[in-house]
Ligand binder design. Structure first.
Ligand code: SF4
Length: 700
């Protein structure tokens, strides 16, 4: 903070950068946020990580969108170009809100009349407030009349396997219960980077005696806290987790009461894991047999154990099988339904939970209700006073593939940035360029906005009121801490304006009215209303839960049909593409601590960008030596989709044959390289595995 600034007031908001949902106190001078401190939120209890502490000044970045924009007649949509920021603005002229909204609505109406509703799609964002997501899916279903609505949660989907097993996609207990757990099993997650404040509680727990089992191919610094780090070969999770379950069954460490009274599918599981004795898994996974056996015993014998999993588990062509294998281990050992015992799949973005709860998904209506069920649809047709489509819609990558094939004609992107976030960006850019009508609503001129016909300036989370729901099921109030810049408006308001121009008659005169309708639509929110959330500021759902359990659910019954958990069948599939002579390395993508997702906000936060200013490809020590590279030498990374040039660094924590890149740098977009292989259940892309080649950059 500059020394001459005096803080005139403070205001609280929620950090927008991950699902921990830390409460932040902003110090404000001259209507600008100038400092951030940790406030006493239910998840962070005063703590912040580097993003929460130093990542707020994007709010006042000069590239904020402040007026609506309409594409210039002569501005080409060139899929070969990867534009962002000021370069995007040169493609547009300024417009009034009325002109831009009329243009946005007229374009959707034209596509609907010419091609039909099935040629329209909507992409939202898990960084928007729940009210934005609710209104957006309502627009899609009741006005555009399409089920093709999805958002970036798809790209890291951890929800379907949990729903399949226990009948709900919510975590069974808050992450802070690790302080009461004897053992924590963490699979495919690097919490010090991706959920740093949660990681700080995990480290507190380890210091108090909790034993940590980490399953991850990368020897991340967090591994120093682990009793066991099972450093498996990439994409061998099913074999490893099945071997642990094999040990549990072979040594009779199962929870017999739980298995007999609360579980279906045990016999099939027993037969399946018999193919994975630990000595076999040890060879497949590259993990010592005794470590597999030791970790399995530690987990199963713990009075209370928790499981966490992240995108390292889910972002595979067989990610749902990874999660099914982990869930099976937790269930047969009865490690669920108590304080300190349960399952906590990390949500990635700040409002993954909220945006899914309110139905920003192609297969679910609000409240996790099946869109194919006529009875469920009838409820919403009464609530919304109109008919809605009943078929399952396309997911993120499928929508883009349909556009690239000329089958999707109109797209409304609110808060998402598929031109950086989606896999195989060459295809994604072709898809966006081929649309007849693209409306992008955002706070910055993103890579996706470069293809828009109309760009609508939105308010950031700290500039409006509403709610977001964190990974622990806390619905948290956000209030207007600073005003939005120029003519920018809250997302939900903009969407309502488009709906009105397309003939809808909604009565949302305030964000609270949206919240109250949301409560009627989402059973999990039962008992809440805008007045209460405004007063209480945070409420953990379900309100009906026994408070003595501290947010742990399902002590006696699961919300699945029949009340029992179910172990799903699974296969031990292989990645969508394997290394070969031409592409001998495995490319894994991920994030760095300082940047969030596509970097549209954190790259514009001065301190964060100074701390982490450039994309680097991390190369294992063995490969670094074999390729005779020098530190930060520029290299070219190639896959079957494309190539990027960037400096290379030696990373002794990587296994031989593996390279790693972060996804947040537009200068070297990692997703120019990634594949479109999708998990069969979650439809999440395989960001954690593709075949690559690395050579010296001869263009230097
Ligand atoms: Fe908290 Fe996540 Fe924000 Fe860090 S990025 S301050 S852990 S919400």
């Amino acid at each position: 903070m500059p020394a001459e600034l005096t803080i005139e007031r403070t205001a609280e908001t929620i950090c927008p950068f991950c699902s921990v949902g830390c409460r932040v106190e902003l110090g404000i001078a001259g209507n600008r946020a100038v400092i951030a401190r940790g406030a006493d939120g239910p998840a962070n209890r005063g703590r912040l990580c580097v993003k929460g502490r130093f990542g707020f000044d994007y709010l006042a970045h000069p590239e904020r969108l402040t007026v609506p924009l309409i594409r210039r007649e002569d501005a080409p949509k060139n899929p070969e170009l990867h534009l962002t920021g000021a370069d995007v603005l040169t493609l547009f002229r300024e417009a009034t809100w009325d002109e831009a909204l009329d243009r946005a609505a007229a374009g959707f109406l034209k596509v609907k009349e010419k091609h039909g509703s099935a040629r329209l799609a909507v992409l939202g964002s898990a960084k928007s407030a729940s009210e934005d997501a609710y209104v957006l899916q309502k627009l899609a279903r009741t006005v555009l009349k399409t089920s093709h609505i999805d958002h970036c949660t798809r790209l890291c989907a951890s929800i379907p396997p949990l729903t399949e097993a226990i009948g709900t996609w919510t975590v069974t207990l808050p992450f802070s219960h690790i302080l009461e757990a004897d053992v924590a099993l963490v699979v495919g997650s690097n919490p010090e980077v991706n959920h740093p404040v949660a990681a700080s509680f995990m480290k507190n727990a380890v210091r108090r005696g909790t034993k940590l089992i980490l399953i991850d191919p990368y020897r991340q610094p967090f591994a120093r806290h682990a009793a066991y780090h099972l450093q498996l070969r990439p994409a061998t999770d099913v074999a490893l987790l099945s071997a642990m379950t094999h040990v549990v069954i072979a040594e009779d460490l199962i929870d017999h009461a739980f298995v007999s009274q609360r579980l279906e599918g045990f016999d099939d599981l027993k037969a399946r894991v018999s193919a994975y004795p630990p000595e076999v898994a040890a060879r497949v996974c590259g993990v010592p047999e005794e470590s597999i056996v030791g970790a399995a015993r530690l987990f199963a014998k713990a009075p209370n154990a928790m499981c966490f999993w992240g995108m390292g588990a889910s972002q595979h062509a067989h990610g749902s099988d990874n999660m099914r294998a982990l869930i099976a281990l937790a269930l047969v050992t009865g490690q669920v339904g108590r304080r300190g015992a349960g399952m906590h799949p990390w949500r990635g973005q700040n409002n993954v939970q909220g945006s899914c709860d309110v139905g920003l998904l192609p297969m679910c209506l609000p409240g996790n209700r099946n869109i194919s069920d006529a009875g469920e649809r009838a409820f919403f047709e009464r609530l919304w006073q109109t008919d809605i489509p009943g078929e399952r819609g396309l997911t993120v990558v499928e929508i883009l593939e349909a556009a690239a094939a000329g089958e999707m004609k109109g797209l409304y992107v609110s808060g998402g940035n598929p031109a950086m976030a989606a896999p195989d960006l060459a295809m994604t850019r072709r898809a966006l360029a081929s649309l007849e009508h693209l409306v992008v609503q955002d706070i910055f001129p993103t890579e996706t906005a470069a293809f828009a016909d109309v760009v609508l300036p939105a308010a950031a989370l700290a500039e409006r009121s509403g709610t977001v729901t964190n990974t622990d099921r806390f619905v948290q109030l956000v209030e207007t801490a600073v005003p939005p810049p120029g003519a920018a408006r809250p997302d939900w308001e903009i969407t309502c304006e488009i709906a009105t121009r397309m003939g809808a008659r909604w009565n949302f005169d305030h964000v609270g009215a949206v919240f109250d309708e949301m409560v009627r639509a989402v059973p999990a929110l039962a008992g809440m209303d805008w007045a209460t959330i405004t007063r209480e500021r945070q409420l953990q759902y379900p309100l009906s839960a026994d408070p003595s359990n501290g947010g742990s659910l399902f002590a006696t019954v699961f919300p699945a049909i029949g009340g029992k958990a179910r172990i799903a069948a699974l296969t031990n599939g292989s990645p969508g593409e394997l290394p070969d002579e031409q592409y001998p390395l495995i490319l894994v993508t991920g994030r760095v601590r300082e940047h969030w997702h596509t970097g549209s906000m954190t790259r514009r936060a001065k301190t964060l960008d100074a701390l982490s200013p450039e994309s680097l490809v991390h190369v294992s020590a063995a490969d670094f030596a074999r390729l005779d590279l020098n530190d930060r030498e520029r290299v070219e990374v190639l896959t079957r989709r494309g190539s990027v040039r960037l400096p290379a660094v030696c990373d002794e924590r990587l296994q031989s044959g593996v390279i790693w890149m972060a996804m947040s740098f537009f200068e070297a977009p990692a997703n120019d390289l990634t594949t479109r292989h999708l998990d069969t259940l979650t439809r999440a892309p395989e960001y954690k595995f593709c075949a690559a080649r690395l050579i010296r950059d001869e263009s230097k």
